[in-house]
Design a protein. Sequence first.
Length: 182
Amino acid sequence: MALNHNNIALEEMASSLLADKAMYNYIGIFDQASADKVILEVNDLLNHHDYSLKIRKKAFCITIEVVQNLFNYLCCNDVVYNKGIFLIHNNINEVAITSGNYIRKTEVNSIKSRIDLINCLTSEELRHFYRRLLEISSFSIQDAGGAGLGFVDIAKKSGNKIEYDFLDIDNEYVFYIFKIII
């Protein structure tokens, strides 16, 4: 369900996602240098907390996937819409990773249907689905519109359902929010 958030600035989005309460936040352009920086900083952060090795590994692998998605699928070269948000919140015995970026409205149904399908699968079904996607020679990132294997991998690693929302920005864009609990 999309809420009506016309012309909301990235800083307002970050505020609504409680970025100031996050143990890590990055708000801005996701180019290769910033993506690398986020991954390195999150790795250091996770290694300096009392999380189990299992949670640290899962959180780090999911961070890489989410940051790569932000880098690879940022909306466009427009100075307003080419930015994103990456947050990590510390909850008792779990980590919440949230990202947000602008996408074209035409992409919403594809992303929504992929996540809904993945969220309906059991962990065993996810493993089989993942293997099947890897085996299909015609499956490619371009054909899938991206974010196919990545969503499945994130759901498998986290063991949780993917949360998402699409917030209306204007006639052409929405702000896509992705959240996973580890």
